[in-house]
Design a protein around this ligand. Structure first.
Ligand code: Q46
Ligand code: ZN
Length: 308
């Protein structure tokens, strides 16, 4: 098979796009796709400072690599979740990537932040799935870091597979408020929030893994141990089987939703009425969701100590 762009021997076949590329042309294709997504959705300009949340995985490092190559103003942010060997390995990969290319990387670790609560303790004391607390913690610390650092935009490495799985879950349960918020660009609803963007929303997991490999990016291959059994994986598996028989289904599912259906769900976004009495971030009630969660963990932790 020949490369669609230069007619050299193709090394990467993309059934979803019904095409194939050689190494150099695939890298070009990947970067151009990301640039088009950024421009089409008006995510950010080359003048705006962008904080890129990097987990040490293939998607976020491929995203950062692409943004740097395309000439955007970026800084990386690694948030350590305190999940044993997985977090230690992810931090090493993120640091090694940034150091080798002399890129600015902020390191934050939940164990060392104000409340000192990492994900395992949060899950243990709330008796809920670790991912529930993890989402709230990440959102809070990313928002805070973007605000404190004076960034205009926060970019994350969510890819097409993530978006398609999330959309399937939201459609299966007709989660109308979530469908309204399912978009690669979230406009801030409060002066203390920054714009949140997902430039890889049209790029599959296979494409970002291939890109990372071809660009010599050393990323953490293991998944977070808490992801096993997550509903998202069931949806991803289903969509992969569909994609196998009907290549291009994931991309069509997400892009047709954004084009035809999203406008029907998107009403006026809910804006937080005030600011959290404890941390000062935007909040719908007296305390923001993060501070309510921290208060709950602390209450249960002191009860556990009192009973021991
Ligand atoms: S890191 Fe956090 Fe994920 Fe691990 S605890 Fe769950 S949400 S699975 S992307
Ligand atoms: Zn708060």
């Amino acid at each position: 098979m020949k490369c669609k762009r230069c007619a050299a021997k193709a090394t990467v076949q993309l059934r979803s796009h019904n095409t194939a590329f050689c190494k150099e042309c695939f890298v070009f294709f990947f970067q151009r796709n990301v640039e088009r997504s950024i421009e089409r959705e008006r995510m950010f300009t080359r003048e705006e400072p962008v904080l890129v949340a990097v987990s040490g995985g293939k998607d976020s490092l491929a995203l950062w690599d692409t943004l740097v190559t395309l000439g955007y103003r970026t800084e990386g942010l690694y948030l350590g979740l305190g999940i044993g060997a997985y977090s230690a390995a992810s931090q090493r990969k993120a640091e090694a990537y940034a150091a080798a290319r002399d890129l600015p990387l902020r390191i934050m670790r939940l164990e060392e932040e104000g409340d000192g609560l990492a994900i395992p303790e949060a899950a243990f004391f709330t008796r809920r799935q670790p991912c529930a607390a993890c989402g709230t913690f990440k959102r809070h610390h990313f928002d805070r870091a973007a605000l404190d650092g004076g960034f205009a935009v926060l970019a994350t490495g969510h890819n097409l597979d993530d978006e398609a799985a999330r959309l399937l879950g939201n459609v299966l349960h007709w989660q109308l408020p979530y469908l309204a918020k399912q978009h690669p660009v979230l406009t801030p609803t409060h002066p203390k929030f920054v714009r949140k963007v997902r430039p890889l929303y049209r790029t599959s997991e296979y494409e970002s893994a291939t890109y990372a490999f071809l660009r010599g990016i050393d990323y953490v291959v293991e998944e977070c141990p808490n992801s096993h059994g997550a509903t998202q994986l069931v949806y991803k598996d289903l969509l992969n089987r569909l994609e196998e028989t009907m290549p291009g289904s994931k991309l069509a599912f997400v892009s047709d939703f954004l084009r035809h259906a999203h406008p029907l769900f998107a009403g006026a976004p809910d804006s937080p009425a005030g600011e959290c009495a404890r941390c000062g971030m935007p909040a719908f009630a007296e305390l923001c969701g993060y501070c309510r969660l921290v208060a709950e963990i602390e209450r249960r932790r002191s009860q556990a100590v009192a009973h021991s």
